[in-house]
Design a protein. Sequence first.
Length: 199
Amino acid sequence: MPWNLNPALIGKIAGALSFLAFVPYIVSTLRGINRPNRATWIIWTAVGISLLASYAAAGARDTLWVSGANLAAFIAVLAISFKYGEGGWTRFDIGCLVAAALGFGLWWWFDSPLPTLYSGLFIDFVGALPTIRKAWANPESEDLLAWTMFCIANAINLFAIREWSVVIASYPVYMVFITFLLMAILILRRAQRRLSAST
């Protein structure tokens, strides 16, 4: 670990920040501004349970705080999405749910931490697709502050990795990628809309 940083402390800080990032997300959802896609949060909650277990079985320790914090918040967002969210039942959403179910079948079939971890990452990405699509079409339907905080928390979590290996690093690196992607889409699409409105 470079710079003599404490991975356990960094992991806890990243986990706390990740959990706090859900505060503006949930508040803006309850206010009717943010509209979480139900298919995404159904998949993310289901995969969060299994991914946390398989990631721990693969040897992760200090980076588990973000995964645990995310799972707790996933459950909360899923619960309120049924009243305040949108989607979940379009052909695209159902296709993602079916793909996720197939991924869970592979997960069960392998019954081994490494293939299970990668199957989980695939399912997680499939779960992100409805929200990515929604964010592109309607960037105001997602909370930019929350996604920025998610991205920062996951970037900090990289410093909680004690020994870099493909197995241990895959999940934290993927989380930086997916949160950065959503944050970038929101920034880009909002900027495009402001530009087109001013011309």
